[in-house]
Design a binder for this molecule. Structure first.
Ligand code: FE2
Ligand code: FE2
Length: 174
C-alpha cells in the first residue's frame, strides 16, 4: 500500500470525500503559518544535517528548498499542474543529487555504496510513483503526503547519508 493518500470516493478510509479532508487542511494551514502570518517551512536546514562535504550539503539544502516550495504551493491551493511540476523538479534534482553521491562513492571506494545506492533507487521509485498518482489526480497533496516526503528526505539525510560523514572526513573530502 502506498504511504500517501489516494483519492477514492468509494473508500473513506483511504481519503474520503473532499469535505472530510477539510479539517485536516485547516489544521495544516494553521500549523504552517506563524503568529505574524508568515509561511513556515516544512523542513528547516540546521547544522546537525551537515555531512561535512560542501557540495553535498548545498544539494541537500536545495532539495529542502524544493520540498518547502511544494509545501507552500500546496498551502496556496495551487492546482494539480503546478504541484505536479514542482514535484517533477524535486524528482529531477533528487536524481542529480543521488548521482553526485554515487560518483563520490565510486571515486573513493566507499564500502557501503551498494546498500546506499539501493536505498536511493527505492526512494526514487517511491517519489516517481507519488508523482504518477498526483498527476493522474488519484492522490492529493495533503498533510500525510507532505509528511511522507518530509520523512523520505530527512530520514535519508540523517540516517543513511550520515553514514559516510566520517568516511569522507577521513579522506579529507570537504
Ligand atoms: Fe543525500
Ligand atoms: Fe544518499
Amino acid at each position: 500500500m502506498m504511504p500517501f493518500r489516494v483519492e477514492d470516493e468509494e473508500s473513506p478510509k483511504q481519503g474520503g470525500k473532499r469535505s472530510d479532508r477539510f479539517p485536516e487542511l485547516v489544521l495544516l494551514r494553521s500549523a504552517a503559518v506563524s503568529a505574524d502570518g508568515a509561511l513556515m517551512a516544512l523542513i528547516t536546514w540546521s547544522e546537525h544535517m551537515s555531512v561535512g562535504v560542501e557540495r553535498i550539503d548545498k544539494q541537500h539544502r536545495q532539495l529542502i528548498d524544493l520540498l518547502n516550495c511544494l509545501h507552500a504551493e500546496m498551502l496556496a491551493g495551487r492546482g494539480l499542474q503546478a504541484l505536479s511540476e514542482v514535484l517533477g523538479d524535486l524528482i529531477l534534482y533528487t536524481k542529480t543529487h543521488f548521482s553526485t553521491e554515487e560518483t563520490l562513492f565510486r571515486n573513493h571506494g566507499y564500502p557501503q555504496a551498494q546498500a546506499h545506492k539501493q536505498e536511493h533507487d527505492e526512494l526514487t521509485e517511491k517519489a516517481v510513483a507519488l508523482q504518477r498518482e498526483v498527476s493522474s489526480g488519484r492522490a492529493a497533496l495533503t498533510l500525510p503526503t507532505m509528511n511522507f516526503l518530509k520523512d523520505w528526505l530527512s530520514n535519508h539525510i540523517l540516517k543513511t547519508d550520515m553514514g559516510y560523514k566520517s568516511f569522507f572526513a577521513a579522506k579529507g573530502i570537504k
